[in-house]
Structures are given as C-alpha cells and as structure tokens.
Design a protein around this ligand. Structure first.
Ligand SMILES: [Zn+2]
Ligand SMILES: [Zn+2]
Length: 348
C-alpha cells in the first residue's frame, strides 16, 4: 500500500475511534442521567403539586392552556411573557388541565430551560406522559429531533444526554462544570457533530486526542459523576482508545458507521424542517405586508429564497452521498463478519 492510501486509512481509523469515544461517553453517562432525571422529576412533582398523588394523563400540548397569561406590549399587541412564538397563552379556547398539573409542569419546563428565550423541544415529548415518565419531561431539553419514542437513557445517544445537561439549568446543581457555551459539555457536542457529519469520514490524530481528552474530562466531573463505577470504567476505555495499538473490531466499526448514519439522517431531517419553517415564515410575513411591497423587494425575497434552497440542496446532496458510503461500508463489514463466522464453523 502506498503512503497516501496508508495515511487515508489511518485517518479513517481515527474517525472510527472518534465515534467510539462517544459510545464510551454514553456508557459512562447513562446511569447518572437516569438518576438525575428521576430526581428532577420528583422535584417538579413536589414543587407543583401540594396534593400528594394527584397526577394527570389527559392534557394535550396542542390544547393545553398554560398557567401564564399573555401580556400587552407597548403598542398594545399581546405577546407571550416567555417570548414563545405561537404560545397557547395567546389563543383563547385552550383547555385548562383538569387536574391543574400539566400546566404547572409546563411552567417548570420553561423555567428550567437555559436558552433565552427558553426553547423546549415540544416535538420530543407527549404531555400525557409527563406525570408517569421522568424522561418525557427530560426530552424537552434535547434540542434535536428523533427522540420522541425514547423512554430511558439507554435509548438516548451521547449528544442527547449532553443536551440535557447543557439545556436544563435545574440539572446544573448535579455537575460542577459551569455551562457557558465553551465548557467541556458543550465542546463535546460540537466535536461530536464535527466527527459524525464529516463527509470524508476522516479525523486527524490531534483532533482525536482532543476529543478523547474532552470526553474524559466530562466523565471526571467531580461533583458526583467521577465517583460512579460506570464513569470510571468508561474513562479507562477512553484511555485505551488513545493508545496506538488499539484494535478496532469489525463489530465496533459497524456500530460507529450505523451511529453516524442515524445522526446524518436526523440532521438532514432537521435541515429540511428548518428550510420549511423559514419558507413559511417568509410567506407569512410576505402576506402581512403584501400591500406595501414593491417589485424590487419582491425580487429580493424571491432571490434569497432561491439561494436558501440551492444551498440546502447541495448540503442535503453531500449528506446523501455520505450515507451511501456508510451503508456500503456497513454492508462490507457485515459480509466480512459472516465470512469469518463461516470459516470458524468450517474449522470446527
Ligand atoms: Zn406563552
Ligand atoms: Zn393535565
């Protein structure tokens, strides 16, 4: 093998190891995440519900009337005090929670969300399950799609778990890392997305080391996490991963490729949604000001819409190509492992 292809191969191996660094991070975080999500759920139920044992499974987010009321801005227009677009507080005819539970949980979720304005991901959650399932509340803090059917930390990938710790300010009491946007938790999400969405599936050695070191730091958060056995175990695995003689098994490689495939697929869905939202937002605004619009402005709007569409099309195309490559690789790996299995049986 010539030098160039040897080099490419080693960058690909680094990429796989980068993927594994997130599998280990997830393994180390899972138990802790389940624990704190449970504690937070208890806290919310205690905080909102003075009658012990009263729960509700009847409210629907689409119809739920929130506890907060809309306020008038200086021009006399009503707006949501939490600055939520399209919040139910702005609409009459919404239904109160019959048990006065779900509306209070909704306020707690808004209160705990770290973004300004708060941005819970309502698409990931079903309010009917808020009282019975701690993760149903927790998933509001994962600001990416694809988690609506998940119900425990085991079902949720590393970025999902990281989002939860980053966005839920109530959980900050359980970690010593200060979430600032440039902290190790936020950095872990950023590096992970860079790796998993890299169309070339390559990673340089220094970047791999940075990624591993950062994940170790997350798991060594010294408030609580550091002392948990599964976190310690994951740190040990991450340190092994850093060694040059680390052997990548076919199983591990296929797992990383599958995880990357899921991640890119979700991301392209997300992108499509963003474009859709941007388009309808523009159309809405256009409709509102259509009378005052002149030809020049109309042309400018059309042009920027077209640009947006072209740009996103090329991004989606790159994603499609990467998914194709990953699929091919997984197929090859599956073939390899079944051949090995067959050979082993023959030898027996
Ligand atoms: Zn509101
Ligand atoms: Zn309710």
């Amino acid at each position: 093998m010539d030098h160039q292809s040897e080099l490419e191969k080693s960058k690909y191996r680094n990429w796989v190891r980068g993927g594994l660094a997130y599998k280990y991070l997830k393994d180390g975080l899972e138990g802790f995440a389940d624990d704190v999500v449970l504690r937070e759920h208890k806290r919310i139920l205690q905080a909102i519900n003075p009658t012990p044992g009263l729960t509700c499974n009847q409210s629907n987010l689409r119809n739920l009337k929130p506890l907060h009321k809309s306020v008038k801005d200086p021009t006399g227009k009503s707006r949501c005090p939490w600055r939520q677009n399209n919040c139910n507080c702005m609409h009459s005819k919404k239904q109160e929670c019959p048990n006065k539970v779900c509306d209070a949980i909704l306020e707690e979720i808004l209160k705990s969300h770290g973004s300004t304005p708060p941005a819970p991901n309502w698409k990931n959650t079903v309010a009917q399950n808020w009282c019975s399932s701690p993760w149903e509340v927790a998933k509001c803090f994962i600001n990416a799609p694809g988690y609506s059917d998940k119900s425990s930390a085991a079902d949720i990938d590393a970025p999902g778990l990281l989002h939860l710790f980053i966005n839920n300010t109530s959980l900050h009491a359980y970690i010593s890392c200060a979430i600032t946007g440039t902290d190790i938790f936020s950095k872990a999400v950023k590096i992970r997305n860079d790796i998993f969405h890299s169309p070339k599936m390559e990673l340089e050695k220094p970047e791999l080391n940075e990624c591993i070191d950062n994940n170790v730091q997350v798991l060594e958060d010294d408030k609580e996490l550091k002392e948990r056995p599964e976190a310690k175990q994951a740190v040990a695995k991450l340190k092994q991963l850093k060694q040059d003689n680390f052997i990548i098994t076919t199983y591990n490689e296929a797992e990383v490729c599958r995880a990357a495939m899921t991640s890119i697929t979700n991301r392209s869905e997300e992108l499509k949604q963003v474009i859709q939202d941007a388009k309808s937002d523009i159309k809405l605004k256009e409709g509102k000001i259509s009378k005052g619009i002149n030809e020049q402005t109309q042309r400018a709007i059309d042009e920027s819409l077209e640009k947006l569409e072209k740009h996103s099309e090329s991004m989606l195309e790159t994603m499609k190509q990467t998914i194709k490559l990953l699929k091919e690789r997984v197929r090859q790996l599956e073939l390899d492992s079944s051949e090995i299995k067959q050979r082993l049986t023959e030898q027996k």
